[in-house]
Design a protein around this ligand. Structure first.
Ligand SMILES: [Mn+2]
Length: 424
C-alpha cells in the first residue's frame, strides 16, 4: 500500500511542473494586493469530515453496482479515510452513522483513527429506517410520531448516539428526520412540530456541556406532501427554542431547485445559528452528486457568503462534511474530487476583493460588484490548493496518485470483489 514516503518522492518529481503553474497565479494575486501566504495558511488548516457511509458505492432505488474492495467494517472505513487524508491532507475526521457503524470497542477504534491522524466529527442518528430488532416502527415518523412509545424509542436512540460519540471524542450530534406525510390530512402540522420540538428538547438536555446538536432540514423525501422540518426557517425556529447548543445544518441537496442557498447561509450566520454544512451537488433534487460538479458558480457564491460570515459575524465554528453517495464512481475517487472542489471554492472566496465589493455595493455599482465576484471565480486557483496540500504532506495530484498506485486493485485483492459496505 502507498506510504507517506511514496507521496513525498512523487511530489519532489513534480516540483518543477508545480512551480511553473504556481508562480504565475501567486504573482497575479500579489499584484492584486492579495497576501498569498495568508490564503495558503487558511487552506492548510481547512479540514472536511468524511461520513462513514461514503466509502461504499451508493445506489439508486433500482440498483447498486459495488466497485469491489469496499470496506467491510468500521476499521476498514477508517483505513479508507486515513488513505484519503494521506493523499489530500484535508480530511482529518470521520463522521459516524449509528447504527450502521457502532464501535464495539470505542478505545481501540479511537486509537486506530488517531494512528491515521483522524478525529471523530459529528455523530449521526438514524430514525429513518427500522432496525431488525426494533420494538417500534418509524413508518409514520419518529420524534413527531403520534404514539409516545415510538417517540420515546427515537429519543432514547439519539441519546445513545450521543453516548457513543462521547466515547469517541466527538462533539456534535446531527439530527436529520425523515418525519413527514405523503397525503393531505395525514398529519396535523402544528401538533407534529410541537411533538418534534418536545422530543428534541429531551435529546438536547442529554448533550454534554461542550456539545452541539445540528438540526438538518429537507423539503421533501422520503415523504412527498410535507416534512416536519422542511426548511431553514423551521430548523432555525427549533434551534432557537432549544438553546445555544442547537444550530441549523445546511445540506446543499436539501433545497428545492433554484433556492438561493447563499442567502440562507448569510442569514443563519447573521443569527449565529449556522452549525454545519453537508456538501454535495444536484441537478433536480437530493441527487447527492459530487460537490460543484453541476453548479460550480453557485457553490462559489455560497463559499463567498461563508467566508464573509466567518470574517464578519460571531457565528460559531462550522462543522464541514461531505454528504454524497455515488453509484457510478469509485467512492474514494469521488471523495478526492469533492475535497478538491471544496478547497477550490474556498480559495476563490478568500481572494474576493471584499473592499471593492463593499464599495460597489455602497454605490449601487451593480456591474462592478459582478466583476469583483467573477474575477475571483474565474481565477484558476488549483496551483494554490496544490501548494497548500503539498506543504501539509499531501499528494501533488491525489486522484492521479490513487490511480497510478492502483490502490483500488490492492483494496480488491485484500478485501474481495464482492464486499458491500454497511449503509443504505
Ligand atoms: Mn445531509
Amino acid at each position: 500500500m502507498i506510504t507517506k514516503n511514496n507521496i513525498l518522492e512523487n511530489n519532489t518529481a513534480k516540483k518543477a511542473l508545480h512551480q511553473k503553474r504556481f508562480t504565475p497565479v501567486a504573482d497575479t494575486l500579489t499584484d492584486q494586493g492579495i497576501d498569498v501566504e495568508s490564503i495558503l495558511k487558511k487552506l492548510d488548516t481547512f479540514q472536511i469530515a468524511i461520513p462513514s457511509w461514503a466509502l461504499g458505492t451508493g445506489g439508486t432505488r433500482f440498483a447498486r453496482f459495488p466497485e469491489g474492495g469496499e470496506p467491510r467494517s468500521l476499521e476498514e472505513k477508517i483505513e479508507d479515510v486515513g488513505l484519503l487524508h494521506m493523499l489530500n491532507a484535508s480530511s482529518n475526521a470521520i463522521s459516524l452513522h449509528i447504527p450502521w457503524d457502532i464501535p464495539k470497542d470505542a478505545k481501540a477504534i479511537k486509537e486506530l483513527a488517531s494512528s491515521h491522524g483522524l478525529l471523530f466529527d459529528a455523530v449521526n442518528s438514524n430514525t429513518f429506517q427500522d432496525q431488525p430488532d426494533a420494538k417500534v416502527s418509524y413508518k409514520f415518523g419518529s420524534l413527531c410520531h403520534v404514539d409516545k412509545h415510538v417517540r420515546d424509542e427515537a429519543i432514547a436512540h439519539n441519546k445513545e448516539v450521543i453516548d457513543h460519540g462521547v466515547a469517541l471524542g466527538s462533539k456534535a450530534l446531527t439530527v436529520w428526520l425523515a418525519d413527514g406525510s405523503s397525503f393531505p390530512g395525514q398529519l396535523n402540522f402544528r401538533e407534529a412540530l410541537q411533538r418534534t420540538q418536545d422530543s428534541l428538547q429531551q435529546i438536547y438536555d442529554h448533550l454534554p456541556a461542550d456539545w452541539k446538536v445540528l438540526v438538518e432540514y429537507k423539503p421533501y423525501e422520503p415523504y412527498f406532501y410535507s416534512m416536519v422540518i422542511p426548511d431553514w426557517g423551521t430548523s432555525h425556529l427549533l434551534a432557537s427554542s432549544l438553546g445555544e447548543k442547537a444550530l441549523s445544518l445546511v445540506d446543499l441537496g436539501h433545497h428545492l431547485p433554484n433556492t438561493n442557498i447563499e442567502q440562507i447561509v448569510a442569514i443563519l450566520m447573521m443569527q449565529k445559528k449556522l452549525g454545519g454544512f453537508h456538501f454535495n451537488d444536484s441537478k433536480y433534487g437530493d441527487d447527492d452528486l459530487t460537490v460543484a460538479s453541476i453548479k460550480p458558480y453557485q457553490f462559489f457564491l455560497i463559499f463567498n457568503e461563508l467566508v464573509d460570515g466567518m470574517q464578519n459575524t460571531k457565528n460559531p465554528e462550522l462543522s464541514w462534511m461531505i454528504d454524497a453517495s455515488h453509484n457510478l464512481k469509485d467512492p474514494i475517487e469521488d471523495l478526492i474530487q469533492a475535497i478538491e472542489a471544496i478547497k477550490i471554492a474556498y480559495a476563490q472566496a478568500l481572494i474576493v476583493d471584499r473592499a471593492a465589493l463593499k464599495k460597489a455595493q455602497a454605490t449601487n455599482d451593480v456591474s462592478a460588484a459582478q466583476e469583483v465576484l467573477q474575477n475571483a471565480f474565474r481565477t484558476d486557483v488549483r496551483a494554490l490548493v496544490a501548494e497548500s496540500r503539498m506543504r501539509m504532506g499531501g499528494a501533488y495530484d491525489p486522484l492521479r496518485t490513487f490511480r497510478e498506485n492502483q490502490i483500488r486493485k490492492e483494496l480488491i485483492a485484500k478485501r474481495g470483489l464482492k464486499t458491500v459496505a454497511t449503509g443504505l
